[in-house]
Every structure is written in C-alpha cells, then in structure tokens.
Design a protein around this ligand. Structure first.
Ligand SMILES: [Zn+2]
Length: 112
C-alpha cells in the first residue's frame, strides 16, 4: 500500500463522503478503489466495436440478428461496420455469421 496525495474540488469531496458513508462504512480508500474498478469495467476492453451501419436491401428473406424478427425480400436491413476499439460490448473477433440488424435495433444501439 502507498499513500497518494491528490486534490479534489468540494463537490467531489462531498460525493466521496456521501458514497463512502453510504456504502463503505466511511472508508474513502475503499470507495475510490470501487469507483476506479467500476470505471475500468465501464470503459471496457479492446476488441471490435460497431462504428456504423451499411444499409442493405434483402434479396432473400432474413432475420434481424438482434431481435430475431423475420423480414421478407425487399426490406432494408443494416450490416454493422466493425473497427478496432474499446467498449464494454467489444467483441474479441469479427463475427463470421451473417449479421443484419433491423432499423429499430440499430436506433436502439445508437441511442445507448
Ligand atoms: Zn431487430
């Protein structure tokens, strides 16, 4: 263990006091550790992340990869574009299966 010295503004100090009192019996070191672990989990890991979508008109019927809804020939679904990046949802490999999402699922993902 090492003692670290850093500066926080008053709002952050109040937040730290509130969280440590509420959840960690007033232990501020434990609170900061939990906050950092939560941040690390939220930032995510390296892998392949969806950075955009390419619209595709179906020449045969297909199902949405995310919600499973069937779509007839002629409907427009969206194929994800993968790039290297970090995210909680990052995939270790580019999926080999056919991946087409419906507009509803694409909108939901982009809003998240
Ligand atoms: Zn869908």
């Amino acid at each position: 263990m090492r003692r670290l010295n850093f500066t926080l503004d008053l709002d952050t100090i109040a937040l730290l006091e509130k969280l440590s009192t509420q959840y960690y019996a007033g232990n501020k070191s434990q609170t900061v550790r939990a906050a950092l672990e939560s941040l690390a989990a939220h930032i995510g890991h390296d892998g392949w992340v969806i950075t955009g979508y390419t619209p595709m008109q179906l020449d045969t019927k297909a199902a949405c990869h995310s919600c499973g809804t069937d779509h007839p020939e002629g409907d427009v679904l969206f194929r994800p574009v993968f790039e290297r990046g970090a995210s909680p949802e990052a995939l270790p490999h580019i999926p080999a299966e056919v991946w087409l999402d419906c507009s509803g699922c694409v909108e939901e993902r982009l809003m998240a």
